[in-house]
Structure formats: structure tokens, C-alpha cells
Design a protein around this ligand. Structure first.
Ligand SMILES: [Zn+2]
Ligand SMILES: [Zn+2]
Length: 332
């Protein structure tokens, strides 16, 4: 029943439609970086970035892997990076933070939420000087800081001067917008912290994940603590090399256990997982290739889709909605 009361519409976006304005009233997500898509004006590359406009906020989730390609894609969608409430960096991998140098060139003081990794993490860390053992018998020139360390030792960041706000534990950064902080336990990324974004809306949780290194199941379970109704998930599920039984398990969990309304996988979800999710979710699988804008929210918000000049409730508008639901997706 709830499905009929909600809808997610993927819209056709003309290049003339600027995304440079303040947060749109219609919640929407625009994919700015990925390795698949249809828009020849944008550069396909491994990584993930999305512009998110929701709950009156307008922010960037990740920045892709290459600053030149990120810049090209941002310009192709006319996104004004000087008009951001904040930026979220999901985790330290280069395919998510590579575009930060371009971002900082445009908006040097933008607030950037990043995971607080352990000692010496990519985003920097502050520790008390007690992190190292002392030997007071040594001459001062052999002792760290001449034997007089500062109370707090700041360890370097790869983004010196940036307005980084490190997130250690799951935190509601603005009302209704929560950064879920989970730590990977998987070989290769063990102990790496990753932030996922959960927005509590009237329709349920809108969840955006970067690479899901801690596991998409664990992330969804964390999001479900905020609101058990998961409305929408976009991003990378990290099933890129997973075998079919593991993929099936995740698909079943998302579809049957959590009863996720809409799924818009991208990035490291993987080609076989795209296929399995499409099969399970049917029309509720939303194509989310590079350049796609996904509108989420109440049907009444439809007029905000600038590329569709139809008035709400008109035949054209209804057919667009039906088409989006029936075909699963439409895009440019
Ligand atoms: Zn990663
Ligand atoms: Zn990644």
C-alpha cells in the first residue's frame, strides 16, 4: 500500500537546467561520478559522487576519483559548488576523495564531514601525547618535541587547511540527516571507517552509500534504527566481485527483509548485482548511471521537475509518472 502512496520519478534533464540554485524543494539526487552512464558530455570513470538536495539542504556526497573528470562532470550539470551546505566524504579511498582538490579550489572553506579513522588517518587526527611511551633518561635532542610535547598532537591530513569535521560515531549532523559511521571488518579494508548518509523523510529513510565496505546489510540495519521503513537506497553496494550466492543473499535481504521501496545502485555494486537487483525490484529498480537525476518525494512536488513542463495532474505529467514506474527508469 505504501508504495502506491509514494513515488520516485527519474526525470529527463536538459543541459540547460541548472543545478546551481539553492536546494530544490523536490528532494533529488544527481549522479556526478560513476563508470557507467549515457551522457557523452560527462566523463565515465571509476568512483562515486552525487549532489543531494533534500530536507532543505544541498550537499555533495563524495567527489569521484579524478579532479579533472569531476570538474568536467560538475560543469556538464551546471552544479555551483560554491552553494553547498556541506560535503560528505564517505571514506578514504581515492575513488571517492580524488575530486576534493577541485572542490577546494572552488569552495576552500566548505564544511567537509569525513570519517575519523584511527591514528594517522587520511583526514587527520588529534591525539593526546600519551599515544607514545616516554623515556625521560634520554637527552632532549633524542626526545620527541625535546621532551615537551603539546597536550594534543595533531597528525597531518591530506587536505591541509580544509574545514574538516571528523565523525567518529553515528551522528545526526542536521535535524533528520544522519551520518552512519561503521567500521569495515573485511580483509583489505579492515578497521576502515565509512560514513553512509541516512535522511529521515516522511516517505521513510533515503540512504546513500559510498562503497559499503562495512557491508550493505550492516549499513541498512543501522539506518533501520532511525526508521525501519527504508524508502530508497543509492550508491555502491560493493558486490563488484561477489559470487552469485552472496549477491542473492543481499538482494533477498534488501527486498524481503527490509522491504526497501526503491533501489538505485551504482559504482561498486557490480554488473551481476545490477542484474539481480533489477530482476528482484522490477519497476522499483531505478537506473542511476552517471548524469542521472532521481527525484524523490511526494507526487505534489512534481512541478519542480523543470525539464517537464506539464502541470501537475495533467495527462503528460501522469504519463511521465507511469512511464517512470512502468519502465523502471527513463533518462537522458
Ligand atoms: Zn572504497
Ligand atoms: Zn569506491
Amino acid at each position: 500500500m505504501r508504495i502506491t502512496q509514494l513515488f520516485v520519478l527519474m526525470s529527463v534533464i536538459g543541459s540547460a537546467w541548472s543545478l546551481s540554485t539553492a536546494a530544490a524543494q523536490t528532494p533529488r539526487i544527481t549522479i556526478l561520478y560513476d563508470a557507467f552512464g549515457k551522457d557523452a558530455a560527462m566523463g565515465k570513470d571509476w568512483g562515486y559522487a552525487a549532489l543531494v538536495e533534500i530536507n532543505g539542504k544541498r550537499f555533495l556526497f563524495d567527489t569521484g576519483g579524478d579532479p579533472v573528470i569531476f570538474a568536467r562532470n560538475v560543469k556538464a550539470r551546471a552544479v555551483d559548488l560554491t552553494q553547498l551546505d556541506f560535503v560528505v566524504l564517505s571514506h578514504r579511498h581515492g575513488d571517492h576523495i580524488g575530486g576534493v582538490s577541485y572542490l577546494l579550489g572552488v569552495n576552500p572553506k566548505v564544511k567537509i564531514y569525513a570519517p575519523k579513522d584511527g591514528l594517522g588517518g587520511t583526514f587527520g587526527s588529534d591525539v593526546t601525547h600519551q599515544f607514545y611511551r616516554k623515556d625521560e633518561a634520554l637527552p632532549p635532542e633524542m626526545r620527541y618535541y625535546g621532551g615537551k610535547p603539546p597536550e594534543i598532537v595533531k597528525l597531518g591530513t591530506v587536505f591541509p587547511g580544509a574545514n574538516l569535521q571528523l565523525i567518529d560515531n553515528t551522528t545526526e549532523v542536521v535535524p533528520g540527516i544522519t551520518l552512519l559511521a561503521l567500521v569495515s571488518d573485511v580483509t583489505g579494508t579492515k578497521e576502515m571507517k565509512e560514513l553512509s548518509l541516512a535522511v529521515n523523510t516522511a516517505d521513510g529513510v533515503v540512504l546513500i552509500v559510498g562503497c559499503s565496505h562495512p557491508g550493505i546489510e550492516r549499513i541498512v540495519a543501522e539506518a533501520a534504527k532511525i526508521n525501519p521503513h527504508i524508502h530508497f537506497i543509492a550508491g555502491g553496494f560493493h558486490l563488484v566481485a561477489a559470487q552469485d550466492p552472496a549477491i542473492e543473499h543481499i538482494v533477498t535481504t534488501l527486498h524481503d527483509t527490509y522491504k526497501v521501496d526503491y533501489i538505485a545502485p551504482g559504482h561498486c555494486t557490480g554488473e551481476p548485482a545490477f542484474a539481480a537487483l533489477k530482476k528482484a525490484f522490477g519497476a522499483r529498480y531505478l537506473y542511476a548511471g552517471l548524469g542521472t537525476t532521481l527525484n524523490l518525494g511526494a507526487k505534489e512536488a512534481h512541478p519542480n521537475v523543470k525539464s517537464n513542463t506539464a502541470t501537475p495532474g495533467s495527462r503528460n505529467s501522469t504519463s511521465t509518472w507511469r512511464s517512470a514506474m512502468g519502465d523502471g527508469w527513463r533518462s537522458n
